[in-house]
Write a protein that binds this ligand. Structure first.
Ligand SMILES: [Zn+2]
Length: 482
């Protein structure tokens, strides 16, 4: 390439850059004009800092949106002036047609794109090369707004999230649109899509294992939390016509269990979170989820000391034995003690000194791994009432087949957790903070969607989930255009 041609190109690039600067400065001037018009400069009427910051905030969207627009013109100039394009369907060359501008909104303000349109009469398909090159969302609100809005909606009711976004950013969204958007981001989202990769899990294991003699303890804690749900038949009016004030519902809400698990590593006293997964689901589905986890290589049994903590539900343990035969099984200590409490209260009187004494002695025996002795004592106990007899019977049925699971002394000595209580509190957070709100009753589908997204957030896979959504949305829009 000759020096003359090179310098011509450099010159043209400089011209374009200068043009962008000019447009950006024009935006700044407009911004300053608006700002000055809003500020009274007389000494008595000077605005406070609070008021000034508010004025700047109100006007900055137009400025930063304008800057964005200037840079799009610079980086995508060739698309803006494109005269010819090959049809993605048949390859025929098409000429640009004039088109109306498209205004899109971003977190930093709106921008209007005036760009050529191409239409193939043979394929009956139209397309905008610039939109594709920029990776625009088909929505007016672009992906950055969608990401921020759906992140908020995972934390709070749609209406609050929408209000929050409008108030504190340069983007606005209605709660109905937000609701639809979250449905697209979250559906269909399965367990593995909200999980870290096996490599990420192994990295965490290696970090905890570093320099220690024993393999790290990996805990699978299985539990449930209740979610207020409403039946499908509560779906009455079509969306968009629901402004009619809700009458007294003709359906009854129901508390249902969101079953799930949390997988984590123990690093001394620290919990290293790996995976949470909660859904309103059947026992069978939860069992399948555990199996998926195992088959995906997310529970590398050879690298950890695996233990499972759960309550007494027999189906859980049956499934655990199939999937993780070598895992240490721990009956949740709090579940265990609640049975013993009932025995103490019915046999020795509510909260009396004798009840307390018996309870303490029994716990002490469990911590000495004397489960068999506790069972033996219960068997010899002379019930003082039918209630006491029932409580003793129930406790015996519950504990007798679980001597290894209730060897709390040995669990503690090995460094294993005794229960999921402390864990559950963090765990239930996923379900409760968002789903249990005054007057909120959820359709199963919607609650599972929010649960999946909240799990993604706590599993550190929110970005991965959002990128997946963008990918699917782009493929859909390319498919409909091409
Ligand atoms: Zn064509």
């Amino acid at each position: 390439m000759s020096a003359a041609v090179l310098s011509l190109r450099v010159y043209q690039e400089q011209q374009v850059a200068a043009g962008v600067r000019r447009r950006a400065h024009q935006q700044l001037d407009l911004f300053l004009d608006r700002l000055e018009a809003g500020m009274d400069s007389s000494p008595e009427e000077r605005p406070s800092l609070f008021q000034m910051s508010e004025m700047v905030r109100q006007g900055r969207g137009a400025l930063t949106g304008g800057l964005l627009q200037a840079y799009v013109s610079k980086a995508y100039g060739s698309y803006l002036e494109q005269q010819q394009a090959a049809c993605p369907g048949c390859g025929r060359w098409l000429s640009a047609r004039p088109s109306r501008g498209r205004t899109v909104e971003t977190l930093v303000g709106p921008l209007t794109l005036e760009r050529p349109y191409f239409y193939c009469a043979g394929c009956r398909q139209g397309f905008y090369p610039l939109d594709q090159a920029l990776g625009l969302s088909a929505h007016r609100k672009q992906y950055d707004i969608q990401q921020a809005a759906s992140a908020l909606a995972v934390e709070m009711p749609y209406r609050e999230a929408a209000a929050w976004l409008s108030q504190w950013t340069d983007a606005a969204i209605s709660d109905e649109v937000l609701h639809g958007m979250v449905q697209q981001v979250g559906a269909p989202l399965g367990l593995l899509e909200v999980c870290p990769t096996p490599a990420q899990v192994q990295e965490q294991i290696a970090a905890v294992a570093g320099g220690k003699k024993w393999k790290p303890i990996m805990v699978v804690a299985i539990d449930g939390a209740t979610v207020p749900t409403r039946p499908e038949k509560a779906k009455g009016k079509r969306p968009g016509r629901k402004k009619v004030r809700a009458r007294r519902p003709r359906w009854n809400g129901e508390y249902r269990e969101a079953k799930g698990f949390r997988v984590f590593l123990l690093d001394e006293d620290r919990i290293v979170h790996l995976v949470s997964w909660h859904q309103i689901q059947t026992e069978e589905e939860l069992g399948q989820a555990l199996q998926q986890l195992k088959e995906a290589g997310l529970i590398p049994e050879d690298q950890v000391r695996l233990c499972v903590v759960a309550d007494g539900a027999p189906w859980i343990w049956k499934r655990v034995e199939q999937l993780f035969p070598s895992a240490r099984q721990i009956l949740d200590f709090y579940h265990c003690t609640s049975y013993l409490h009932t025995v103490a209260q019915t046999q020795y009187g509510a909260d009396g000194p004798q009840a307390q004494e018996w309870l303490e002695a029994t716990m002490a025996r469990l911590f000495d791994n004397e489960g068999a002795g506790v069972i033996w004592g219960l068997q010899r106990m002379k019930p003082v009432s039918p209630e006491a007899e029932a409580a003793i019977e129930k406790t015996l049925t519950y504990l007798a087949p679980r001597l290894e699971q209730i060897a709390y002394g040995s669990h503690r000595k090995g460094g294993y957790p005794l229960g999921s209580g402390a864990i559950e509190s963090a765990h239930r957070f996923i379900c409760q903070v968002r789903l249990k709100r005054a007057g909120a009753w959820w359709y199963q589908e919607n609650s599972n969607l929010i649960l999946a997204l909240r799990c993604a957030k706590y599993n550190g896979t929110w970005d991965q989930v959002f990128q997946r959504y963008i990918h699917i949305a782009q493929n859909n829009s390319n498919a409909s255009q091409g």
